[in-house]
Ligand binder design. Structure first.
Ligand code: CA
Length: 224
């Protein structure tokens, strides 16, 4: 799951990004309007944590842009202003949730997870695929009741494939989704290949049927 935090207060930006990385999310942080716009145009995020007052523009303008462009990124507004107007405007512009500063990080985390549950599993806490179950709140995977010990990247890879089930996902799309660093150091196809291989092996070891198909020359498909 990929998050973007847009916040110009350096210590708050740092503490939020650090917290979510510890919670095994891929989490990027930016501190002004222009950088945020660039990221939003380049990359789909599962959730954007968005401050309103930013150097160079308003978070509400970014939200408006996202929704006018029909982008589906989840958005949680975080704002120091405790005004009803801002809250109503934010929700009107298509924010999914609103949290007033100061807040506790576990509260923000709970809101993010609740949003992701609504977004990907119609409000259920997990994805049930028969032999395979994914608990989105705990970020764990079980097959036939047995835990599958997936790494953070393997878990994110699995959820990405499952949320795109029955569709071919290219290696490049997977690499962009999983990779969390500067674009000029983005990994090559070997990176995706090796994580797919490990994910398939771990699922197979726990007796899960082959659900991930390789589509030659195109990418991968999760079939259910
Ligand atoms: Ca601010």
């Amino acid at each position: 799951m990929k998050l973007l935090v847009v916040e110009d207060e350096p210590s708050l930006l740092n503490s939020i990004t650090r917290y979510f990385r510890q919670e095994r999310f891929l989490c990027e942080g930016v501190s002004n309007y222009a950088e945020a716009l660039q990221r939003i145009e380049d990359t789909p995020y599962d959730c954007i944590i968005l401050d309103i007052n930013l150097p160079g523009g308003s978070g509400l303008q970014l939200l408006k842009y996202l929704r006018e462009d029909r982008k589906k990124d989840g958005v949680i507004i975080i704002s120091a202003r405790n005004s009803l107007d801002d809250k109503i405007t934010g929700l009107d512009f298509g924010a999914d949730d609103y949290l007033t500063k100061p807040f506790h990080l576990p509260e923000l985390s709970a809101r993010v997870k609740a949003l992701l549950r609504r977004k990907y599993s119609d409000g259920n806490t997990g994805i049930d695929l028969g032999d395979l179950n994914i608990d989105l709140a705990a970020r764990t995977t079980t097959t036939n009741g047995q835990p599958v010990g997936l790494s953070k990247i393997e878990y994110d890879l699995l959820v990405f494939l499952v949320t795109n089930k029955n569709r071919v996902v290219s290696r490049q799309a997977i690499a962009e989704h999983l990779y969390d660093g500067p674009a000029d150091q983005a990994p090559g196809p070997e990176f995706v290949y090796s994580h797919i291989k490990n994910l398939k092996r771990k699922l197979k070891e726990k007796g899960c049927p082959e659900l991930i198909q390789t589509v030659y020359g195109l990418g991968y498909k999760f079939v259910v």
